[in-house]
Design a protein around this ligand. Structure first.
Ligand code: CDP
Ligand code: MG
Length: 829
């Protein structure tokens, strides 16, 4: 038993003994870190007369008794009729045949790698096998199993499933924990959580005291958090020789992971799926009698729409696409398809699968095909929403007596989520619109038809230009196979790939790991706050280490914003930032918001930026939606202030029960508004915990007089994300550090600010600025950058570097005079 736990129990018992116990008095103790947390009726155990010896024996007895209770409960369930039925189902899963081999391997090895087709029972069964066998061995109370999931929705769905397989309520022996939500009780022995939650726990308890098994699921996805976690766990295993690590993967490339852990044993669960017939675009068109014409092609699909410059790029992109199609036509690839006429191909836009084509395929399935649910893979949440709107207006697909249309997304509420797994009424066809998260981590049993648009929105990172890119890009062959496999769960199925065969042949085999394609700032901060040593050294131990340029960029950025000092040590600011569940720059805005006493709007801005854009831009009502947004932002050139105002309006409307109506009128997403609300609450409690905000802080609604200050705080947070603005006769020219000049078309109103600070610079062919705010020279001079770095003088020197780059003579002058004045001030002091 951990020494700390003994101490804790001893102290509690001493306290208990020192007062006269009332009869049947219950001693409650709880120790979060021990894994044995719970309330125990001590005098139930020993009777009133018995003297309680406050030592480890007591704890063992208590634990033993809990373990026996758990065992009885499990046996009762397994012997009940429903329990029997459930066992019967579970025994039919492919994982069951490997149960003994799995348990043996886990008991004999510290690390085991398990692979098996999606649906074979890795996620729901394996953690359960461990739990059951511990409980059967009367070790239940001492075990604590953590199983990580890359997405919150799978953590929630899986825990619910496992609890029901055990005949329990969620929060009994099985629970879950995700950001902002959780269901976990004192008896929870098996916890499903997101990878982020486990990393957060490591922050406060780097040894994971009391945890007996860690299971990292879906490692084949190679998410950044998972890759990071593996480095940390590799070290931790050395300190905790009795702890077990199990890695689970849907694909067969298990060797990579096994080698990483010194040749850990691999167990493959052979599975079965029913055959799935694959249709590619050429025969889909033939089968459904659909003709591509320029008329039915909707061309904005997959485009972002936050900044007006985009229109120009869309135009440019269209011409590029036309050229690409021409090229493809000339290439040998396409010659084999007799019906694949030049005419139809030139209308197929490889970058934008028209919604109408999707609609057409769905109609075909609903009208002509056998029963069975449809799973449609789209690129992102925006597309899902706009497509859903379009389908809802369709006479057949929008008819609720024939079609149940559902959207599936990572941050959806659990009530909504359940509908996805439920069977629809007879005669109603279930159609689920999902992103690539439905590829492996959730299983919808009744899917018979899969429609695959072939793309996924993938963040990638251009280290040379230090620019994150968010492009819908072609998926990998492995992902396309996964998508197809989703149709063969219960019977043979059909998969409609909405792209030609030759495009599939050109897909990469696997996707690049996230660690190699995203900015590393938050990760580097986390490495420092977990005291994992040198950032470069630590990351060099990753499964596939990131490029050193990406690491340098991230470290330099953290120095610029003041989270790290010159020697790469965490500063006070850095430590605070690592506690906040947002990107460092947004965290900095929160802290400054608190310091400068305008936290209320700043919290809305930060929450909005870290969830997603609440302003909806429905396809056919773009103009209306844009003018609705302009009401919030129009006159003062700030997407951020618009966000804060929109939230304030929503909060007022909610108080009068009119929140939904308000959102509808202003083209705002109700869900996003709610998410912003709950994030705000989380921020506030974290800031209160860390003492930055006073415990009794209340907010008023009138912050408009602080607008200049809020702009300054936005600048302080988003710096060095700045660009200069030059209003010209018929256009506006924007200049950023890395990309040079960009022009915005005529017809755009002039921007009355010399600078814009922006949250994100995204590359979609040319560069776009997302969510920007206009700021003045003096704000930039005083709030851009980090005064603590090299003192005021150093700060100005660095800023001077920026200003010189932009070569604005008037600014350079302002800067020089300010520098002179401040320099004098410093000297006089
Ligand atoms: O993790 P893996 O993909 O190997 O499979 P799983 O998630 O453990 O699911 C195993 C089986 O449990 C699936 O094939 C489904 O039949 C069933 N299941 C279910 O009915 N409902 C859920 N929410 C999850 C799984
Ligand atoms: Mg799974």
């Amino acid at each position: 038993l951990p020494y700390r736990l003994q101490m804790e129990v001893d102290t509690h018992l001493q306290a208990h003994l020192s007062r006269k116990p009332k009869s049947r008095d219950k001693l409650l103790y709880s120790s979060k870190s021990s894994g044995v947390d719970g309330g125990i009726a001590v005098d139930d155990l020993y009777g009133e007369q018995e003297r309680i010896t406050p030592n480890s024996v007591v704890v063992e007895k208590i634990q033993h008794r809990r373990s026996l209770q758990l065992r009885n409960k499990q046996q009762d369930w397994q012997e009940s009729p429903e329990g029997q039925k459930m066992l019967e189902f579970r025994r039919n899963l492919p994982a069951y045949k490997e149960k003994d081999a799995l348990l043996k391997a886990i008991s004999e090895n510290q690390v085991v790698v398990v692979s098996g087709e999606t649906g074979c029972g890795k996620t729901t069964q394996l953690p359960q096998y461990i739990l059951e066998s511990e409980i059967e061995a009367a070790q239940g109370a001492a075990c604590s199993i953590i199983c990580t999931q890359p997405r919150r929705i799978s953590a929630m769905a899986v825990s619910e499933r496992v609890a029901s397989e055990r005949g329990e309520q969620l929060g009994d022996s099985v629970g879950y924990k995700v950001r902002l939500e959780g269901m976990k009780g004192r008896d929870t022995r098996l916890l499903f959580c997101t990878t982020g939650i486990l990393l957060r726990r490591l922050l406060v308890d780097r040894n994971l005291t009391g945890v007996t098994h860690v299971i990292v699921d879906e490692i084949h996805e190679r998410g950044m958090n998972e890759d990071f976690l593996l480095i940390v766990l590799k070290d931790l295993l050395r300190r905790r020789p009795e702890m077990r690590l199990i890695l689970m993967s849907a694909t067969l490339n298990a060797e990579l992971f096994s080698n990483y852990f010194g040749g850990a044993p691999m167990i493959h669960i052979p599975g079965f799926t029913y055959p799935v017939r694959a249709h590619f675009l050429e025969n889909i068109l033939e089968m459904t009698g659909y003709r591509l014409t320029p008329h039915n092609q909707i061309d904005d699909y997959g485009q972002d729409k936050s900044w007006k410059m985009q229109r120009q790029a869309v135009k440019k992109r269209k011409s590029q696409i036309a050229t690409a199609v021409e090229d493809a036509l000339e290439s040998a690839d396409f010659r084999g398809y007799s019906r694949w006429t030049r005419e139809s191909l030139s209308c197929w836009n490889p970058d934008s699968i028209g919604f109408n084509l999707i609609e057409h395929v769905l109609c075909h399935i609903v009208q002509k095909e056998r029963p069975g649910a449809v799973l449609l893979f789209m690129t992102g949440w925006d597309d899902i929403n706009s497509l859903k709107d379009q389908l809802q207006a369709h006479p057949l697909l929008g008819d609720p007596s024939r079609v149940l249309l559902l959207a599936c997304h990572g941050s959806m509420a659990s009530s909504e989520q359940r509908l996805i797994f439920d069977k629809p009424p007879d005669g109603v066809r279930k159609i689920v619109l999902a992103t690539n998260m439905a590829e492996t981590s959730i299983t919808i049993n009744d899917v018979v038809f899969v429609v695959d648009c072939g793309k996924a929105k993938e963040t990638s990172y251009d280290a040379i230009n230090n620019t994150p890119c968010l492009l819908p890009s072609w998926i990998s062959k492995a992902a396309a196979r996964q998508r197809r496999g989703r149709a063969g769960r219960v019977q043979s199925g059909e998969c409609y790939h909405l792209y030609p065969r030759c495009v599939y042949d050109a897909f990469a085999d696997y996707q690049l790991p996230e660690l190699l394609r995203t900015p590393l700032q938050s990760l580097c901060l986390q490495i420092k706050s977990l005291q994992l040593g040198s950032i470069t050294e630590f990351l060099s131990r990753a499964l596939q280490p990131p490029e050193s340029l990406s690491v340098q960029n991230a470290v330099e950025y953290l120095k610029v914003i003041g989270a790290l000092d010159e020697n790469e040590n965490l500063t006070v600011l850095g430590r605070q930032l690592s506690m906040l569940p947002v990107e460092p720059k947004l965290g900095k805005m929160l802290i400054l918001g608190a310091i400068f006493n305008c936290l209320d709007p700043v919290m809305s801005i930060v929450a909005g930026l870290s969830v997603r854009d609440p302003f909806l831009m429905p396809f056919d009502k773009k103009d209306l939606a844009e003018s609705a947004k302009a009401q919030f932002s129009g006159r003062d050139y700030s997407d951020h202030l618009a966000l804060a105002r929109a939230y304030d309006g929503w909060r007022d409307a909610e108080r009068q029960q009119a929140g939904y109506e308000y959102c509808w009128r202003n083209f705002l997403s109700v869900q996003t508004m709610k998410a912003i609300g709950s994030l705000r609450r989380q921020f506030l409690s974290l800031l209160k915990d860390s003492g930055i905000v006073d415990q009794n802080t209340e907010f008023s609604n009138s912050w408009s007089h602080d607008e200049h200050l809020i702009r300054a705080i936005i600048c302080a947070g988003l710096f060095p994300g700045i660009c200069s603005v030059v209003n010209k006769e018929r256009s506006i020219s924007l200049k950023t550090m890395e990309d040079g000049q960009n022009s915005v078309n005529a017809g755009v109103p002039k921007i009355p600010y010399p600078w814009l600070v922006f949250n994100e610079k995204v590359k979609v062919n040319s560069v776009f600025l997302r969510d920007s705010t206009g700021i003045s020279d003096s704000v930039l001079l005083l709030f851009g950058g980090n005064i603590s770095r090299g003192g005021l003088d150093g700060h100005l020197k660095m800023l001077g570097g920026y200003l010189e780059f932009f070569m604005e003579p008037s600014l350079a002058e302002t800067y020089l005079s300010l520098k002179r004045e401040l320099g004098e001030l410093i000297q006089n002091k």
